[in-house]
Ligand binder design. Structure first.
Ligand code: FAD
Ligand code: NAD
Length: 464
Protein backbone atom coordinates (compact mmCIF):
# COMPACT_ATOMS: atom_id res chain seq x y z
CA UNK A 1 0.00 0.00 0.00
CA UNK A 2 2.83 2.39 0.90
CA UNK A 3 4.48 2.71 -2.52
CA UNK A 4 3.84 6.38 -3.11
CA UNK A 5 4.24 7.16 0.61
CA UNK A 6 6.98 6.38 3.13
CA UNK A 7 4.37 4.91 5.49
CA UNK A 8 0.78 3.71 5.45
CA UNK A 9 0.26 5.32 8.85
CA UNK A 10 2.13 8.03 10.72
CA UNK A 11 0.96 8.55 14.29
CA UNK A 12 1.90 11.84 15.96
CA UNK A 13 2.33 11.27 19.70
CA UNK A 14 3.20 8.08 21.58
CA UNK A 15 0.82 8.34 24.53
CA UNK A 16 -1.78 5.62 25.25
CA UNK A 17 -3.76 6.78 22.21
CA UNK A 18 -0.85 7.01 19.79
CA UNK A 19 1.27 4.02 20.80
CA UNK A 20 -1.75 1.72 20.87
CA UNK A 21 -2.89 2.98 17.43
CA UNK A 22 0.61 2.40 16.05
CA UNK A 23 0.87 -1.13 17.43
CA UNK A 24 -2.61 -2.17 16.28
CA UNK A 25 -2.02 -0.69 12.78
CA UNK A 26 1.24 -2.67 12.55
CA UNK A 27 -0.55 -5.83 13.77
CA UNK A 28 -2.97 -5.32 10.86
CA UNK A 29 -0.08 -5.43 8.38
CA UNK A 30 0.39 -1.69 7.79
CA UNK A 31 3.77 0.07 7.59
CA UNK A 32 3.78 2.38 10.60
CA UNK A 33 5.85 5.18 12.12
CA UNK A 34 5.19 7.10 15.32
CA UNK A 35 6.62 10.57 15.95
CA UNK A 36 7.32 11.46 19.59
CA UNK A 37 9.22 14.47 20.84
CA UNK A 38 9.66 13.21 24.42
CA UNK A 39 12.81 11.24 25.35
CA UNK A 40 10.71 8.19 26.20
CA UNK A 41 7.51 6.63 24.84
CA UNK A 42 4.20 6.37 26.69
CA UNK A 43 3.05 10.01 26.68
CA UNK A 44 1.66 11.87 29.66
CA UNK A 45 0.17 8.70 31.13
CA UNK A 46 3.33 6.64 31.53
CA UNK A 47 5.83 9.47 32.05
CA UNK A 48 4.12 12.09 34.21
CA UNK A 49 0.50 10.96 34.68
CA UNK A 50 -1.32 7.74 35.52
CA UNK A 51 1.72 5.62 36.33
CA UNK A 52 3.95 7.87 38.49
CA UNK A 53 0.89 9.20 40.35
CA UNK A 54 -0.25 5.66 41.16
CA UNK A 55 3.28 4.77 42.33
CA UNK A 56 3.14 7.67 44.81
CA UNK A 57 -0.49 6.95 45.79
CA UNK A 58 0.26 3.30 46.50
CA UNK A 59 3.42 3.95 48.51
CA UNK A 60 1.82 6.77 50.51
CA UNK A 61 -1.15 4.50 51.34
CA UNK A 62 1.25 2.13 53.11
CA UNK A 63 2.84 5.03 54.99
CA UNK A 64 -0.57 6.36 56.01
CA UNK A 65 -1.81 2.95 57.13
CA UNK A 66 1.24 2.68 59.39
CA UNK A 67 1.03 6.28 60.61
CA UNK A 68 -2.71 6.68 61.19
CA UNK A 69 -3.26 3.60 63.35
CA UNK A 70 -4.93 1.41 60.69
CA UNK A 71 -2.17 -1.19 60.96
CA UNK A 72 -2.03 -0.96 64.75
CA UNK A 73 -5.77 -1.78 64.86
CA UNK A 74 -4.96 -5.02 63.07
CA UNK A 75 -2.28 -5.89 65.59
CA UNK A 76 0.74 -4.56 63.73
CA UNK A 77 2.57 -1.90 65.69
CA UNK A 78 4.95 0.15 63.57
CA UNK A 79 6.28 3.68 63.62
CA UNK A 80 6.93 4.62 59.99
CA UNK A 81 9.90 6.67 58.91
CA UNK A 82 9.66 8.37 55.54
CA UNK A 83 12.46 7.81 53.03
CA UNK A 84 11.14 10.13 50.36
CA UNK A 85 14.10 9.57 48.05
CA UNK A 86 13.41 5.81 48.05
CA UNK A 87 9.72 6.47 47.40
CA UNK A 88 10.64 8.63 44.42
CA UNK A 89 13.10 5.98 43.22
CA UNK A 90 10.40 3.29 43.07
CA UNK A 91 8.21 5.79 41.16
CA UNK A 92 10.98 6.42 38.63
CA UNK A 93 11.58 2.69 38.40
CA UNK A 94 7.93 1.99 37.48
CA UNK A 95 8.04 4.69 34.81
CA UNK A 96 11.32 3.40 33.38
CA UNK A 97 10.07 -0.18 33.21
CA UNK A 98 6.81 0.70 31.51
CA UNK A 99 8.14 3.28 29.02
CA UNK A 100 10.94 0.83 28.11
CA UNK A 101 8.22 -1.77 27.62
CA UNK A 102 6.58 0.35 24.91
CA UNK A 103 9.94 0.70 23.17
CA UNK A 104 10.18 -3.11 23.20
CA UNK A 105 6.65 -3.42 21.79
CA UNK A 106 7.48 -0.95 19.01
CA UNK A 107 10.49 -3.06 18.02
CA UNK A 108 8.51 -6.29 18.27
CA UNK A 109 5.76 -4.89 16.00
CA UNK A 110 8.19 -3.09 13.66
CA UNK A 111 6.84 0.38 14.42
CA UNK A 112 9.46 3.02 13.55
CA UNK A 113 9.94 5.64 16.26
CA UNK A 114 10.69 9.02 14.64
CA UNK A 115 12.24 11.15 17.39
CA UNK A 116 11.33 14.82 17.35
CA UNK A 117 8.46 17.30 17.09
CA UNK A 118 6.09 16.73 14.22
CA UNK A 119 4.43 19.43 12.14
CA UNK A 120 2.27 19.17 9.01
CA UNK A 121 3.63 20.43 5.68
CA UNK A 122 0.52 19.14 3.90
CA UNK A 123 -2.06 16.48 4.73
CA UNK A 124 0.34 13.65 3.76
CA UNK A 125 3.72 15.24 4.55
CA UNK A 126 4.97 15.81 8.06
CA UNK A 127 8.29 17.19 9.21
CA UNK A 128 9.72 15.48 12.27
CA UNK A 129 12.77 17.28 13.59
CA UNK A 130 14.92 17.85 10.51
CA UNK A 131 13.42 15.10 8.32
CA UNK A 132 10.27 15.03 6.19
CA UNK A 133 8.16 11.90 5.90
CA UNK A 134 5.05 11.10 3.91
CA UNK A 135 2.15 8.91 4.95
CA UNK A 136 -1.16 7.89 3.44
CA UNK A 137 -2.83 8.35 6.83
CA UNK A 138 -1.79 10.61 9.69
CA UNK A 139 -3.23 10.15 13.18
CA UNK A 140 -3.02 13.14 15.52
CA UNK A 141 -2.60 11.81 19.08
CA UNK A 142 -0.77 14.74 20.64
CA UNK A 143 -2.63 14.63 23.97
CA UNK A 144 -2.99 17.53 26.38
CA UNK A 145 -1.09 19.83 28.72
CA UNK A 146 -1.87 21.60 31.98
CA UNK A 147 -4.30 24.52 31.73
CA UNK A 148 -2.51 27.55 33.15
CA UNK A 149 -4.18 29.85 35.67
CA UNK A 150 -3.97 33.36 34.25
CA UNK A 151 -1.45 35.49 36.14
CA UNK A 152 0.06 32.50 37.98
CA UNK A 153 3.54 31.32 36.95
CA UNK A 154 4.36 27.66 37.45
CA UNK A 155 8.00 27.62 38.64
CA UNK A 156 7.93 23.90 39.63
CA UNK A 157 9.40 24.90 43.01
CA UNK A 158 6.76 26.73 45.03
CA UNK A 159 4.02 26.77 42.39
CA UNK A 160 3.81 23.38 40.68
CA UNK A 161 1.66 21.54 38.18
CA UNK A 162 1.01 17.79 38.41
CA UNK A 163 4.49 16.98 37.06
CA UNK A 164 6.17 19.11 39.74
CA UNK A 165 3.84 17.75 42.42
CA UNK A 166 4.97 14.20 41.65
CA UNK A 167 8.60 15.09 42.27
CA UNK A 168 8.60 17.34 45.35
CA UNK A 169 11.96 16.90 47.10
CA UNK A 170 10.42 17.36 50.55
CA UNK A 171 6.99 17.12 52.14
CA UNK A 172 5.40 20.60 52.12
CA UNK A 173 4.17 22.06 55.38
CA UNK A 174 1.10 23.51 53.74
CA UNK A 175 0.05 22.58 50.21
CA UNK A 176 -2.76 24.53 48.60
CA UNK A 177 -4.41 22.69 45.75
CA UNK A 178 -6.21 24.91 43.24
CA UNK A 179 -8.99 22.76 41.71
CA UNK A 180 -10.88 19.94 43.43
CA UNK A 181 -10.81 17.64 40.40
CA UNK A 182 -9.07 14.32 39.91
CA UNK A 183 -5.48 15.57 39.99
CA UNK A 184 -6.01 17.85 42.99
CA UNK A 185 -7.58 15.06 45.03
CA UNK A 186 -5.12 12.34 44.03
CA UNK A 187 -1.93 14.37 44.49
CA UNK A 188 -3.36 16.30 47.45
CA UNK A 189 -3.99 12.88 49.06
CA UNK A 190 -0.41 11.76 48.46
CA UNK A 191 1.14 14.73 50.29
CA UNK A 192 -1.49 14.77 53.05
CA UNK A 193 -0.68 11.14 53.81
CA UNK A 194 3.01 11.97 53.95
CA UNK A 195 2.40 14.73 56.49
CA UNK A 196 1.43 17.96 54.68
CA UNK A 197 -1.52 20.10 55.68
CA UNK A 198 -3.62 20.28 52.50
CA UNK A 199 -6.18 22.92 51.57
CA UNK A 200 -8.20 22.51 48.39
CA UNK A 201 -9.69 25.61 46.77
CA UNK A 202 -12.51 24.76 44.34
CA UNK A 203 -14.38 27.26 42.22
CA UNK A 204 -17.63 25.23 42.11
CA UNK A 205 -19.86 24.45 45.09
CA UNK A 206 -18.70 20.82 45.12
CA UNK A 207 -15.61 18.77 44.20
CA UNK A 208 -15.36 16.26 41.32
CA UNK A 209 -17.50 17.87 38.62
CA UNK A 210 -19.05 15.35 36.23
CA UNK A 211 -19.47 12.71 38.96
CA UNK A 212 -22.83 11.68 40.46
CA UNK A 213 -24.15 14.19 43.01
CA UNK A 214 -24.33 11.74 45.96
CA UNK A 215 -20.82 10.56 45.18
CA UNK A 216 -19.47 14.11 45.11
CA UNK A 217 -21.04 14.92 48.50
CA UNK A 218 -19.99 11.69 50.20
CA UNK A 219 -16.40 11.77 48.88
CA UNK A 220 -16.08 15.37 50.04
CA UNK A 221 -17.15 14.25 53.53
CA UNK A 222 -14.64 11.38 53.53
CA UNK A 223 -11.69 13.52 52.35
CA UNK A 224 -12.61 16.18 54.92
CA UNK A 225 -12.59 13.53 57.66
CA UNK A 226 -9.12 12.51 56.45
CA UNK A 227 -7.91 16.06 57.04
CA UNK A 228 -8.13 17.86 53.68
CA UNK A 229 -9.61 21.30 54.20
CA UNK A 230 -11.98 22.42 51.43
CA UNK A 231 -12.78 25.95 50.38
CA UNK A 232 -15.67 25.45 47.96
CA UNK A 233 -17.26 28.17 45.81
CA UNK A 234 -13.97 30.02 46.11
CA UNK A 235 -11.67 31.49 43.50
CA UNK A 236 -7.97 32.28 43.63
CA UNK A 237 -7.33 35.80 42.36
CA UNK A 238 -3.58 36.03 43.00
CA UNK A 239 -0.57 33.93 43.95
CA UNK A 240 2.43 35.97 45.12
CA UNK A 241 5.67 34.05 45.63
CA UNK A 242 8.24 35.35 48.05
CA UNK A 243 11.28 33.07 48.37
CA UNK A 244 10.03 29.66 49.45
CA UNK A 245 6.54 30.83 50.41
CA UNK A 246 3.42 31.81 48.50
CA UNK A 247 0.53 34.02 49.52
CA UNK A 248 -2.72 33.21 47.79
CA UNK A 249 -5.53 35.72 47.61
CA UNK A 250 -8.94 34.05 47.49
CA UNK A 251 -12.48 35.34 47.39
CA UNK A 252 -15.97 33.84 47.11
CA UNK A 253 -16.63 32.70 43.52
CA UNK A 254 -19.70 34.95 43.43
CA UNK A 255 -17.59 37.91 44.57
CA UNK A 256 -17.05 39.25 48.07
CA UNK A 257 -14.36 39.92 50.62
CA UNK A 258 -10.86 38.69 49.78
CA UNK A 259 -8.73 36.74 52.27
CA UNK A 260 -5.22 35.30 52.05
CA UNK A 261 -3.73 31.84 52.58
CA UNK A 262 -0.02 31.19 53.20
CA UNK A 263 1.52 28.08 51.68
CA UNK A 264 4.91 26.62 50.83
CA UNK A 265 3.52 24.66 47.89
CA UNK A 266 0.72 25.53 45.45
CA UNK A 267 -0.57 22.88 43.03
CA UNK A 268 -2.37 24.25 39.99
CA UNK A 269 -4.78 21.54 38.81
CA UNK A 270 -7.66 23.27 37.09
CA UNK A 271 -7.84 21.02 34.04
CA UNK A 272 -5.92 20.20 30.87
CA UNK A 273 -6.11 21.52 27.32
CA UNK A 274 -5.45 19.84 23.98
CA UNK A 275 -1.97 20.04 22.38
CA UNK A 276 -2.53 21.63 18.96
CA UNK A 277 0.00 24.47 18.93
CA UNK A 278 2.93 24.09 16.52
CA UNK A 279 1.31 21.20 14.65
CA UNK A 280 0.89 23.26 11.47
CA UNK A 281 -2.86 22.59 11.39
CA UNK A 282 -3.33 25.84 9.46
CA UNK A 283 -1.31 24.32 6.60
CA UNK A 284 -3.90 21.57 6.14
CA UNK A 285 -6.94 23.74 6.86
CA UNK A 286 -7.87 21.95 10.09
CA UNK A 287 -9.41 24.36 12.58
CA UNK A 288 -9.80 23.30 16.22
CA UNK A 289 -13.17 24.01 17.90
CA UNK A 290 -13.57 26.82 20.45
CA UNK A 291 -12.23 24.53 23.22
CA UNK A 292 -9.07 23.91 21.19
CA UNK A 293 -10.09 20.31 20.42
CA UNK A 294 -9.93 18.59 17.04
CA UNK A 295 -13.39 17.40 16.05
CA UNK A 296 -13.81 13.99 14.41
CA UNK A 297 -16.65 11.83 13.17
CA UNK A 298 -17.59 8.53 14.82
CA UNK A 299 -14.71 6.80 12.98
CA UNK A 300 -12.12 9.39 14.21
CA UNK A 301 -11.77 11.04 10.77
CA UNK A 302 -11.15 14.77 10.88
CA UNK A 303 -12.53 17.13 8.25
CA UNK A 304 -9.26 16.68 6.27
CA UNK A 305 -9.09 13.54 4.14
CA UNK A 306 -6.40 11.11 5.39
CA UNK A 307 -6.03 12.87 8.76
CA UNK A 308 -7.48 11.23 11.88
CA UNK A 309 -7.43 12.21 15.57
CA UNK A 310 -7.83 10.40 18.92
CA UNK A 311 -7.27 10.76 22.68
CA UNK A 312 -7.08 13.91 24.79
CA UNK A 313 -6.81 16.12 21.69
CA UNK A 314 -10.42 15.31 20.68
CA UNK A 315 -13.63 15.90 22.68
CA UNK A 316 -14.60 13.55 25.52
CA UNK A 317 -13.11 12.62 28.88
CA UNK A 318 -9.33 12.96 29.07
CA UNK A 319 -8.64 9.39 30.14
CA UNK A 320 -5.93 6.93 29.15
CA UNK A 321 -8.31 4.00 28.58
CA UNK A 322 -10.53 6.14 26.34
CA UNK A 323 -7.45 7.14 24.32
CA UNK A 324 -6.33 3.49 24.09
CA UNK A 325 -9.70 2.25 22.85
CA UNK A 326 -9.77 5.06 20.30
CA UNK A 327 -6.25 4.03 19.24
CA UNK A 328 -7.42 0.51 18.48
CA UNK A 329 -10.55 1.73 16.70
CA UNK A 330 -8.76 4.28 14.50
CA UNK A 331 -6.18 1.70 13.38
CA UNK A 332 -8.94 -0.77 12.54
CA UNK A 333 -10.84 1.90 10.59
CA UNK A 334 -7.70 2.85 8.64
CA UNK A 335 -7.23 -0.83 7.80
CA UNK A 336 -10.79 -0.97 6.45
CA UNK A 337 -12.29 -2.71 9.47
CA UNK A 338 -15.04 -1.38 11.76
CA UNK A 339 -13.44 0.15 14.84
CA UNK A 340 -16.00 1.40 17.35
CA UNK A 341 -15.77 3.05 20.78
CA UNK A 342 -18.92 3.23 22.89
CA UNK A 343 -18.46 6.64 24.46
CA UNK A 344 -21.52 6.08 26.68
CA UNK A 345 -19.67 3.41 28.65
CA UNK A 346 -16.29 4.85 29.67
CA UNK A 347 -15.50 4.26 33.34
CA UNK A 348 -13.90 6.99 35.39
CA UNK A 349 -11.85 6.34 38.54
CA UNK A 350 -10.28 8.60 41.15
CA UNK A 351 -7.47 6.66 42.85
CA UNK A 352 -7.85 8.15 46.30
CA UNK A 353 -8.49 6.12 49.46
CA UNK A 354 -11.17 4.95 49.18
CA UNK A 355 -11.40 5.00 45.39
CA UNK A 356 -14.25 6.79 43.65
CA UNK A 357 -15.56 5.33 40.39
CA UNK A 358 -18.45 5.56 38.00
CA UNK A 359 -19.68 4.59 34.56
CA UNK A 360 -22.65 5.77 32.51
CA UNK A 361 -25.15 8.41 33.55
CA UNK A 362 -25.24 10.22 36.88
CA UNK A 363 -28.57 10.09 38.73
CA UNK A 364 -29.11 13.76 37.81
CA UNK A 365 -28.52 13.16 34.08
CA UNK A 366 -30.56 9.94 34.05
CA UNK A 367 -33.54 11.71 35.68
CA UNK A 368 -33.50 14.31 32.93
CA UNK A 369 -33.88 11.56 30.33
CA UNK A 370 -36.82 9.74 31.94
CA UNK A 371 -38.13 7.75 34.88
CA UNK A 372 -35.50 5.80 36.81
CA UNK A 373 -35.12 3.41 39.75
CA UNK A 374 -32.10 3.65 42.04
CA UNK A 375 -30.61 1.00 44.33
CA UNK A 376 -27.95 1.83 46.92
CA UNK A 377 -25.88 -0.38 49.18
CA UNK A 378 -23.41 0.84 51.83
CA UNK A 379 -19.93 -0.65 52.01
CA UNK A 380 -20.45 -0.81 55.79
CA UNK A 381 -22.88 -3.69 55.15
CA UNK A 382 -20.47 -5.54 52.85
CA UNK A 383 -18.76 -8.35 54.76
CA UNK A 384 -15.35 -8.01 53.09
CA UNK A 385 -15.18 -4.23 53.48
CA UNK A 386 -16.26 -4.62 57.11
CA UNK A 387 -13.64 -7.30 57.78
CA UNK A 388 -10.95 -5.16 56.17
CA UNK A 389 -12.01 -2.14 58.29
CA UNK A 390 -13.02 -0.18 55.17
CA UNK A 391 -16.51 1.00 56.06
CA UNK A 392 -16.61 4.17 53.94
CA UNK A 393 -18.61 4.44 50.73
CA UNK A 394 -21.51 2.86 48.89
CA UNK A 395 -22.55 1.48 45.51
CA UNK A 396 -25.39 3.00 43.54
CA UNK A 397 -27.08 1.36 40.55
CA UNK A 398 -29.33 3.51 38.37
CA UNK A 399 -31.77 1.69 36.07
CA UNK A 400 -34.47 2.69 33.60
CA UNK A 401 -37.82 2.42 35.47
CA UNK A 402 -39.59 0.71 32.55
CA UNK A 403 -36.95 -1.53 30.95
CA UNK A 404 -34.71 -2.03 34.04
CA UNK A 405 -31.70 -1.49 31.77
CA UNK A 406 -28.71 -0.23 33.79
CA UNK A 407 -27.95 3.41 32.96
CA UNK A 408 -25.19 4.13 35.43
CA UNK A 409 -23.22 2.65 38.34
CA UNK A 410 -21.30 4.71 40.89
CA UNK A 411 -19.23 3.63 43.85
CA UNK A 412 -16.95 4.73 46.61
CA UNK A 413 -14.98 1.79 47.99
CA UNK A 414 -11.37 0.83 48.63
CA UNK A 415 -11.32 -1.07 45.31
CA UNK A 416 -13.99 0.88 43.41
CA UNK A 417 -11.72 1.11 40.35
CA UNK A 418 -11.70 -2.67 40.06
CA UNK A 419 -15.39 -3.05 40.92
CA UNK A 420 -16.49 -0.66 38.18
CA UNK A 421 -15.17 -2.96 35.44
CA UNK A 422 -18.03 -5.43 35.93
CA UNK A 423 -20.54 -2.59 35.73
CA UNK A 424 -19.00 -1.36 32.48
CA UNK A 425 -19.08 -4.87 31.04
CA UNK A 426 -22.69 -5.39 32.11
CA UNK A 427 -23.70 -2.08 30.54
CA UNK A 428 -21.81 -2.88 27.34
CA UNK A 429 -23.95 -6.03 27.07
CA UNK A 430 -27.14 -4.02 27.78
CA UNK A 431 -27.70 -5.67 31.19
CA UNK A 432 -30.69 -5.00 33.43
CA UNK A 433 -30.29 -4.54 37.17
CA UNK A 434 -31.91 -7.97 37.49
CA UNK A 435 -29.13 -9.48 35.34
CA UNK A 436 -26.55 -8.16 37.82
CA UNK A 437 -28.66 -9.17 40.83
CA UNK A 438 -28.93 -12.77 39.57
CA UNK A 439 -25.25 -13.09 38.64
CA UNK A 440 -23.39 -15.17 41.23
CA UNK A 441 -20.68 -13.02 42.88
CA UNK A 442 -17.85 -14.61 44.89
CA UNK A 443 -18.05 -14.25 48.67
CA UNK A 444 -16.60 -12.41 50.50
CA UNK A 445 -15.75 -9.69 47.97
CA UNK A 446 -16.32 -5.96 47.72
CA UNK A 447 -18.06 -6.68 44.40
CA UNK A 448 -20.98 -8.26 46.23
CA UNK A 449 -21.97 -4.67 47.02
CA UNK A 450 -22.62 -4.15 43.28
CA UNK A 451 -24.93 -7.18 43.30
CA UNK A 452 -26.70 -5.93 46.46
CA UNK A 453 -27.15 -2.43 45.00
CA UNK A 454 -28.67 -4.06 41.91
CA UNK A 455 -30.99 -6.09 44.19
CA UNK A 456 -31.87 -2.82 45.94
CA UNK A 457 -33.18 -1.47 42.62
CA UNK A 458 -36.02 -4.02 43.08
CA UNK A 459 -36.21 -3.12 46.78
CA UNK A 460 -34.82 -6.53 47.82
CA UNK A 461 -31.23 -6.37 49.07
CA UNK A 462 -30.44 -9.20 51.50
CA UNK A 463 -27.86 -7.69 53.86
CA UNK A 464 -29.55 -4.38 54.59
P1 FAD B 1 -0.67 11.90 25.84
O1 FAD B 1 -0.53 10.78 26.79
O2 FAD B 1 -0.66 13.28 26.37
O3 FAD B 1 0.47 11.71 24.76
C1 FAD B 1 0.69 12.61 23.74
C2 FAD B 1 2.14 12.54 23.34
O4 FAD B 1 2.31 13.30 22.16
C3 FAD B 1 3.10 13.14 24.35
O5 FAD B 1 4.09 12.21 24.71
C4 FAD B 1 3.72 14.35 23.65
O6 FAD B 1 5.09 14.51 23.95
C5 FAD B 1 3.55 13.95 22.19
N1 FAD B 1 3.46 15.11 21.29
C6 FAD B 1 2.64 16.19 21.40
N2 FAD B 1 2.80 17.01 20.34
C7 FAD B 1 3.74 16.43 19.56
C8 FAD B 1 4.32 16.78 18.33
N3 FAD B 1 3.97 17.89 17.68
N4 FAD B 1 5.27 15.96 17.80
C9 FAD B 1 5.65 14.82 18.44
N5 FAD B 1 5.11 14.43 19.60
C10 FAD B 1 4.16 15.21 20.15
N6 FAD B 1 -5.92 8.90 32.94
C11 FAD B 1 -6.44 7.72 33.35
O7 FAD B 1 -7.21 7.12 32.61
N7 FAD B 1 -6.10 7.18 34.56
C12 FAD B 1 -5.27 7.80 35.41
O8 FAD B 1 -5.00 7.27 36.49
C13 FAD B 1 -4.73 9.06 35.03
N8 FAD B 1 -3.88 9.71 35.86
C14 FAD B 1 -3.34 10.90 35.44
C15 FAD B 1 -2.50 11.57 36.33
C16 FAD B 1 -1.94 12.77 35.96
C17 FAD B 1 -1.03 13.49 36.92
C18 FAD B 1 -2.21 13.31 34.66
C19 FAD B 1 -1.58 14.59 34.22
C20 FAD B 1 -3.06 12.65 33.77
C21 FAD B 1 -3.64 11.44 34.17
N9 FAD B 1 -4.52 10.75 33.34
C22 FAD B 1 -5.07 9.57 33.75
C23 FAD B 1 -4.87 11.26 32.00
C24 FAD B 1 -4.06 10.52 30.93
O9 FAD B 1 -2.69 10.69 31.18
C25 FAD B 1 -4.41 11.05 29.55
O10 FAD B 1 -5.81 10.98 29.35
C26 FAD B 1 -3.73 10.22 28.48
O11 FAD B 1 -2.32 10.25 28.64
C27 FAD B 1 -4.08 10.75 27.08
O12 FAD B 1 -3.44 10.00 26.12
P2 FAD B 1 -3.06 10.61 24.70
O13 FAD B 1 -2.39 9.50 23.96
O14 FAD B 1 -4.23 11.26 24.09
O15 FAD B 1 -2.02 11.79 24.99
P1 NAD C 1 -10.43 18.38 36.38
O1 NAD C 1 -11.20 18.90 35.25
O2 NAD C 1 -10.66 17.00 36.86
O3 NAD C 1 -10.64 19.32 37.67
C1 NAD C 1 -10.37 20.67 37.64
C2 NAD C 1 -11.10 21.33 38.80
O4 NAD C 1 -10.64 22.65 38.91
C3 NAD C 1 -12.61 21.39 38.60
O5 NAD C 1 -13.24 20.93 39.76
C4 NAD C 1 -12.88 22.85 38.32
O6 NAD C 1 -14.15 23.27 38.76
C5 NAD C 1 -11.77 23.50 39.13
N1 NAD C 1 -11.36 24.83 38.69
C6 NAD C 1 -11.25 25.28 37.42
N2 NAD C 1 -10.79 26.54 37.43
C7 NAD C 1 -10.61 26.89 38.72
C8 NAD C 1 -10.12 28.05 39.38
N3 NAD C 1 -9.75 29.11 38.71
N4 NAD C 1 -10.07 28.05 40.73
C9 NAD C 1 -10.45 26.94 41.45
N5 NAD C 1 -10.90 25.83 40.87
C10 NAD C 1 -10.97 25.79 39.53
O7 NAD C 1 -8.90 18.62 35.99
P2 NAD C 1 -7.55 18.06 36.61
O8 NAD C 1 -7.77 17.53 37.99
O9 NAD C 1 -6.55 19.11 36.37
O10 NAD C 1 -7.26 16.82 35.66
C11 NAD C 1 -7.06 17.03 34.26
C12 NAD C 1 -7.47 15.82 33.47
O11 NAD C 1 -6.60 14.73 33.73
C13 NAD C 1 -8.87 15.39 33.81
O12 NAD C 1 -9.63 15.50 32.62
C14 NAD C 1 -8.77 13.98 34.21
O13 NAD C 1 -9.69 13.17 33.53
C15 NAD C 1 -7.37 13.54 33.86
N6 NAD C 1 -6.87 12.77 35.01
C16 NAD C 1 -7.46 11.57 35.26
C17 NAD C 1 -7.07 10.84 36.35
C18 NAD C 1 -7.73 9.54 36.62
O14 NAD C 1 -8.38 9.01 35.72
N7 NAD C 1 -7.61 8.98 37.81
C19 NAD C 1 -6.09 11.32 37.19
C20 NAD C 1 -5.53 12.55 36.93
C21 NAD C 1 -5.93 13.26 35.81
Amino acid sequence: MADEFDYDVLVIGAGPGGYVAAIRAAQLGLKVACAESRETLGGTCLNVGCIPSKAMLHASEYFDAAANGTMAKMGIKVTPELDLEAMHAQRRDSVKGLTGGIEFLFKKNKVTWLKGRASFEDAHTVSVGDQKVTAKNVVIATGSSVTPLPGVTIDQKVVVDSTGALELPKVPEHMVVIGGGVIGLELGSVWRRLGAKVTCVEFLDQILPGFDGDIRKESNKIFKKQGIEFKLSTKVTDVAVNGEKATLTVEPAAGGEATTIEADCVLVSIGRRPNVDGLGLEKIGLIPNNRGQIETDHDFRTSVSGVWAIGDVIPGPMLAHKAEDEGIAVAENIAGQHGIVNHDVIPSVVYTWPEVAGVGLTEEAAKEKGEIKVGKFPMMANSRAKTNHEPDGFVKVIADAKTDRVLGVWCIASVAGTMIAQAAQAMEFGATSEDIAYTCHAHPTHSEAVKEAAMAVQGKPIHM
